[in-house]
Design a protein around this ligand. Structure first.
Ligand code: SAM
Length: 279
């Protein structure tokens, strides 16, 4: 392990060009590798060298994340974020729920504030886990939202989906989340980034205002009777007007089984599935 860490340290010390802005992805991935190996590092000298590199790379990334936040406040966040998404091979959206460097980038840019203590969830409510950033950007690209759209994330956690909707599209993003600490973090982020088209409602998704959404998003936020109640409410809404419903993770199978929904476009295994209400 120490040999691998030493080889990595030597490579990073030699690679002065790694400090260049366009090498953001490589820096994030190098930091990940350092973090994975540092706990096993024996010997003060090796650890000290690893920490020096880490501080250097983190400082460069922090400045770049700050510049991205400024771009978002100027209303230029879409191009700034999509630049990195495209640079990372946007078209080939890797399926599955694993995280990668783009999540580190988005996590570094979005200022959620200090995390507080969260409460235990009731049965059938699924713990927080954000949708990987590449899937959110891939979804927003496929949805092609207009300024008339309202995307409602049912069980929005810290709000990545509504926040990225507000940053990257003309649409409004609304998050409905039962855990007050997450809602507080999402609101703090929207305020810090001056995102007027992102809004967060604290409450149970069963009580959500289903009349406002043109697109509903669910990353398996709940199961069983709660999911049934929410799908029934959406079906009731679909009797009045058309909208889209998007699913990621295990809840996608439940959406696919709804007779009032039809798949929109090519099936995308391991990616977010998009459905249309039949009306
Ligand atoms: C898997 S996470 C998805 C987070 C977010 N949608 C995303 O993709 O980044 C599920 C979220 O649903 C929330 N949740 C669970 N049951 C809920 C309910 N009945 N009403 C509102 N939110 C709920 C959880 O607290 C958690 O934050």
């Amino acid at each position: 392990m120490n040999d691998a860490l030493r080889a990595l340290i030597e490579a990073l010390e030699r690679d002065g060009a790694l400090d260049a802005p366009q090498r953001l992805r490589e820096r994030i991935e190098a930091l990940d590798r350092l973090d994975a190996w540092m706990p096993a590092a024996a010997g003060d000298a090796l650890l000290q060298r690893a920490q020096t590199i880490r501080q250097r790379l983190e400082a460069i990334d922090a400045a770049q994340f700050g510049a991205l936040r400024q771009a978002i406040r100027r209303g230029e966040g879409r191009d700034a974020l999509l630049h990195w998404w495209r640079a990372g091979g946007a078209a080939a959206c890797r399926p599955g729920d694993g995280y990668d460097w783009l999540d580190e980038l988005v996590g570094g840019v979005l200022p959620f504030g200090e995390p507080g203590e969260v409460s235990a969830l009731a049965p059938e409510m699924v713990f927080y886990q954000p949708t990987p950033a590449r899937h959110v950007l891939d979804l927003l690209d496929r949805l092609a939202l207009s300024g008339d759209d309202v995307l409602v994330d049912l069980g929005s956690g810290l709000g990545h989906v509504p926040l990225l909707t507000a940053i990257c599209t003309q649409a409004r993003g609304v998050g409905v989340e039962i855990e007050p600490v997450y809602v507080q973090g999402a609101r703090a982020c929207a305020q810090a980034l001056q995102l007027e088209n992102a809004r967060f409602v604290q409450g149970d998704a069963r009580e959500a205002d289903f009349a406002i959404g043109s697109v509903f998003y669910l990353y398996t936020p709940f199961t069983g009777t709660i999911l049934r109640n929410v799908l029934d409410a959406l079906r009731g809404e679909a009797a009045r007007r058309a909208f889209r419903v998007c699913g990621f993770g295990p809840c996608t199978a439940a959406l696919a089984a709804e007779s009032w929904l039809v798949g929109d476009g090519e099936p995308a295994p391991g990616r977010v599935a998009i459905f249309r209400s039949k009306g």
